[in-house]
Design a protein. Structure first.
Length: 264
């Protein structure tokens, strides 16, 4: 199939990701388990999610924790870029483990980008994306029911949620591709300044609260939360693993940043 100035076109179900048709630079291919969609370089909004009748690329159609409109690709000009926004409840995992939370926005560069939605029902849903490069003339892209809220797998007390929101602030804000937890001193400062804090916090109190949550989740079978499980040097690995587990299960979300309002 040759592309020129063409309307958006459906790709047939089962199209191999390494055999998508040739297309002009800037064309985006988005492939799901039931087929895909291709859009040339122009202003457009391309949707993927659970509702077959309301999206271009269906994904997770039998998984109620996947949102009906889980993600949106947009291009605002012919010479612009493709952007992805997570409009679903669950995170979208990018290569190298980068997590996009609800409302986060990312530029999708040329080449192949696999996206994964990890369901709280322990299922994973793959969406394959290919944006044609200037030098890539033969790209290889390597229904209506209500959305069920992701199961909050782990219960957190209000103060635990406040501490973990502060600790994982960089993750929740979504500005950094590879964020790290805040230092304990900065975490304690943010918690103490929050209007929802019930006491003044020290860095030791914050660290002890996080340790209690780690041990509780370890007893639930979550791996990588104890020093003996990750080996030396530990660094911030335990906190990183805890935050990612809470994000993947939607136990923490960007909405929790409201707890830190007016703390800067």
């Amino acid at each position: 199939m040759e592309y020129g100035n063409f309307p958006p076109q459906m790709l047939p179900p089962g199209s191999p990701s390494d055999r998508v048709p040739s297309a002009p630079p800037g064309t985006i291919f988005v492939l799901g388990p039931e087929g895909g969609y291709a859009v040339p370089p122009r202003r457009y909004t391309l949707l993927f999610g659970r509702d077959r009748e309301d999206v271009h690329v269906p994904v997770g159609v039998e998984d109620p924790t996947v949102s009906r409109r889980h993600g949106v690709f947009t291009r605002t000009a012919t010479d612009g870029d493709w952007w992805l926004v997570n409009t679903g409840n669950l995170p979208i995992e990018l290569p190298d483990g980068v997590l996009m939370l609800t409302g986060h926005k990312r530029l999708i560069g040329s080449g192949y980008t696999p996206l994964v939605i990890n369901s709280t029902k322990r299922r994973s849903h793959l969406v394959e994306v290919r944006v044609v490069d200037e030098d890539d003339h033969n790209p290889r892209a390597t229904s209506g029911a209500e959305t069920v809220d992701p199961e909050t797998v782990y219960e957190l007390s209000p103060q635990e949620r406040l501490v973990l929101t502060a600790l994982g602030r960089r993750y929740l804000e979504g500005h950094d591709a590879f964020p790290l937890p805040l230092p304990w001193e900065e975490t304690a400062r943010l918690v103490s300044a929050s209007p929802y804090a019930t006491k003044s916090w020290t860095h030791k109190m914050a660290a002890n609260t996080v340790e209690d949550v780690r041990e509780r989740l370890h007893r639930r079978g979550v791996r990588g939360l104890l020093r003996e499980e990750v080996g030396e040097p530990v660094g911030s690995t335990l906190s990183v693993n805890l935050i990612r587990e809470l994000l993947k299960t939607a136990t923490l979300s960007a909405q929790d940043l409201e707890l830190l309002a007016d703390t800067d």
